[in-house]
Design a protein around this ligand. Structure first.
Ligand code: GRF
Length: 203
C-alpha cells in the first residue's frame, strides 16, 4: 500500500502509521507527507522516519481547486495510490477526490454521523454524551462524511475535561487507523451499494 499522508499539525496519527510500518504491523510505505503548514511537528516526525516531506501552503493559491491540483501533483510524483488525512485541516474539493476516487481515508474523533467538523471532542462534552469514539471513513465532499470503514467506542467519564477525553480518544484513533489501513493493505475492503451516500463498506 503506497500512502501519501496529509497533515496540518501534531502528527500523532501519522506517527502511529510510521511506527506500525517500521514494526512490520502494517504492510505499507509512506511515500510522502504533505503539510499545508510549515514548521509543524508532523513534518519533523516524517523526517525522523526518513520519509520525504512537502509543504504546500493553501495561502499560495487563489482558489481551492488550485491548491488541490498542487496536492494531487505532489502525491502522484511521490507514487502515492492511497491518501490518508491525518489531522489535515482543509476540506478537499471534487478536483482532489476525482483524482483518488474512494482512495482517501480520514480519521475523525467522534462516532460519525455525530459531531462533524472542528473539535468533535468538545462537542461530545458539550452534549453530555456518555459514549463517544472515533471513525475511520472514506472521504467524500462533505465534512467528515463518507463510507465508514471502522468505528470504536470510547467512554466519556464524569469530570472529564477536553484534554482528558482527547487523550483517551487519541489512543483509540491510533489503533483504529492502523487497523483500517491494514484491511485496505490486505485487499479486504469492499464498497457495497446502500441507501447511504457513497455506499457502505465491509472488510
Ligand atoms: C485527531 O484528533 C484526528 O482525529 C483529527 O485531528 C486530530 C489530529 O491529531 N482529524 P494528530 O495531528 O494526528 O496528532
Amino acid at each position: 500500500l503506497d500512502l501519501g499522508v496529509l497533515v496540518s499539525g501534531r502528527g500523532s496519527n501519522l506517527q502511529a502509521i510510521l511506527d506500525a510500518v517500521a514494526e512490520g504491523r502494517l504492510d505499507a510505505r509512506v511515500r510522502v507527507v504533505i503539510s499545508n503548514q510549515a514548521d509543524v511537528e508532523a513534518l519533523s516526525r516524517a523526517e525522523r522516519a526518513g520519509v520525504p516531506t512537502r509543504v504546500v501552503s493553501h495561502r499560495a493559491f487563489a482558489d481551492r481547486a488550485g491548491f488541490d491540483a498542487a496536492l494531487v501533483s505532489a502525491l502522484r510524483e511521490a507514487g502515492a495510490s492511497w491518501v490518508v488525512l491525518a489531522g489535515f485541516m482543509r476540506l478537499l474539493t471534487p478536483t482532489f477526490l476525482e483524482a483518488f476516487p474512494d482512495r482517501v481515508v480520514n480519521i475523525h474523533p467522534a462516532l460519525s454521523p455525530s459531531f462533524p467538523g472542528v473539535d468533535a471532542q468538545q462537542q461530545a462534552l458539550d452534549h453530555g454524551v456518555k459514549l463517544t469514539g472515533c471513525t475511520v471513513h472514506l472521504v467524500d465532499a462533505g465534512t467528515d462524511t463518507g463510507p465508514i470503514l471502522a468505528q470504536a467506542v470510547v467512554p466519556v467519564l464524569d469530570g472529564d475535561d477536553r484534554a482528558q477525553l482527547g487523550a483517551r480518544l487519541l489512543e483509540m484513533e491510533h489503533a483504529l487507523l492502523v487497523q483500517a489501513l491494514g484491511w485496505i493493505a490486505e485487499g479486504r475492503l469492499e464498497l457495497v451499494p446502500s441507501a447511504a451516500p457513497g455506499g457502505r463498506t465491509r472488510a
